[in-house]
Each structure stands twice: as structure tokens, then as C-alpha cells.
Write a protein that binds this ligand. Structure first.
Ligand code: ZN
Length: 257
């Protein structure tokens, strides 16, 4: 099952490369088929195998030998790994399906925010729809016990991100972050307050650490605009995968448990 999730992740990662390239440009996801950007020759099916084809072709187009960026196999690999971890952590459950939806969308949003400094509402909307369907199936199968915490967590994430957006006048982050926040809050809150709050806080901690490193290394100035989406998503991944453990370790540490 975990192996299957990994293969599915690689294939979806291959599709996400198309999403990352075409959605911000407003292009169709289905047609035309993939082609080499240098020589426009259509990519053959057997040259479109995730990760493997890039290795076999040694990162070059079969027709014109133009280099194929290493980010394509890396996106596929990252999606495959995330799918493996989600399947391993949550097993064959409806919640795992919600986790896979967020993982796939998260990879696409992460890269699009790096490229274009925006988080397209179309992807956030599709993520919300997919997550709500999966969580709805979870309610049918296992009952509605997680719903109140999940809704409150979604509200808390929206309040924090909406608040920062209002206070900073939109300079600190964009409306794309504000729209994505309650979706992530809902999915993490489904697991409880630990994952929801660890995920929320981890996004800002990772953002602060990376910001300091970028400024110290001279890659960015104090006024550089670093997109927040990748941190928001990295924090959510941490909250979903290890938030429960981190929260209970913290409560033990301060003697509340
Ligand atoms: Zn070519």
C-alpha cells in the first residue's frame, strides 16, 4: 500500500510539473501535450516516466539535447516521498486521502509561490473541495467528533493570517496565504489542537529561521520580499506529520501532563 502511494505520488508529481508551469500562465492542463520548450518536439510517452526518464536522458532533450531542469525530477521525487510518508502515517483511511490532497496541492503551491509570489485561488479552492470530500467520508465512516476542533482551528488560522494581512496592509503576505490558511487549519485541526497549533507556529518559525539565514548569507536584504507560502506549507506538513508528538512532548516538558 505504501509502495503504491509512492508510485502514485511520482505520477501525480509529474502532473504537478504541468500544473506549476501552466496554471499561473492561465493555460489548459490537458492540451496540448508536453513538448520540449527548446525544440517544441512532443515528449514521447516512454520519455515521460517520472524521475527515471530524466536519469536515462541524463537531463537532456532526446531531440535537441537542451538541458531539462533538475527541478522536474525533484518535484516528482518530493511528491512521491510525501505520499509515502502520509500513507505510512495515516494508513488506508479517509484522512490519508485528505492528507494526499494537501500534499499534492502543497507541492504545486510551494513551487508557484517561489516562481511567481502567488498562491492561485483555483488551486486553493480545489484543495478545499478535495479535503472537505475526504473529511466528509471520514465523518460517515468514523463519526463527527473531530468537526468542532477542526472548524475552530480553521477559524484560528484564518484569524492569525487575516490579522497579519490587515495589520501589515498586505506587505507581509498576500491574500493567497490568507485564503489557504483556513484550509490547512481545518485539515490539521481534524487531528486535534496539537497538530493545528504546531503547524501554525512552525510556519512562522521556519520563515524566521530561513529569513535570518538568507539575510546573513547576503542572498536577501532585510527588505527583500520572500514569499511566505513555502513556510506556511512547510509548517503545515510538520504539524500534520509530527505535530501530535511535538505537542505532547512539550506538554510533558512543562509538566502539564
Ligand atoms: Zn528539445
Amino acid at each position: 500500500m505504501i509502495l503504491l502511494a509512492g508510485v502514485l505520488g511520482l505520477l501525480i508529481g509529474s502532473f504537478l510539473n504541468v500544473v506549476i508551469h501552466r496554471v499561473p500562465a492561465g493555460l489548459s492542463l490537458v492540451s496540448p501535450g508536453s513538448a520540449c520548450p527548446a525544440c517544441a518536439h512532443p515528449v514521447r510517452a516512454y520519455d515521460n516516466v517520472p524521475v527515471v526518464s530524466w536519469l536515462v536522458l541524463r537531463g537532456r532533450c532526446r531531440d535537441c539535447a537542451a538541458p531539462i531542469a533538475v527541478r522536474y525530477p525533484l518535484v516528482e521525487l518530493a511528491t512521491g516521498l510525501l505520499f509515502v510518508v502520509v500513507a505510512w502515517r495515516f494508513g488506508s483511511t479517509p484522512y490519508a486521502a485528505a492528507g494526499l490532497v494537501v500534499a499534492a496541492a502543497g507541492v504545486a503551491l510551494f513551487m508557484i509561490d517561489l516562481d511567481h509570489r502567488r498562491l492561485p485561488f483555483s488551486i486553493t479552492g480545489a484543495t478545499a473541495l478535495g479535503a472537505v470530500i475526504a473529511l466528509g467520508i471520514d465523518v460517515v465512516r468514523h463519526g463527527a467528533a473531530p468537526v468542532p476542533t477542526a472548524l475552530l482551528a480553521a477559524g484560528a488560522w484564518l484569524a492569525v493570517y487575516g490579522g497579519i494581512w490587515l495589520v501589515t496592509g498586505g506587505r507581509g503576505m498576500g491574500l493567497g496565504d490568507v485564503a489557504l490558511a483556513p484550509v490547512l487549519g481545518l485539515v490539521l485541526g481534524w487531528l486535534g489542537w496539537g497538530p493545528a497549533l504546531v503547524g501554525l507556529g512552525a510556519g512562522f518559525v521556519v520563515g524566521a529561521v530561513v529569513g535570518v539565514v538568507l539575510i546573513a548569507s547576503g542572498s536577501a536584504g532585510a527588505k527583500s520580499r520572500v514569499p511566505h507560502g513555502p513556510f506556511l506549507l512547510t509548517g503545515a506538513a510538520a504539524g500534520m506529520l509530527v505535530g501530535a508528538q511535538l505537542a505532547s512532548a512539550y506538554l510533558n516538558l512543562v509538566g502539564l501532563r
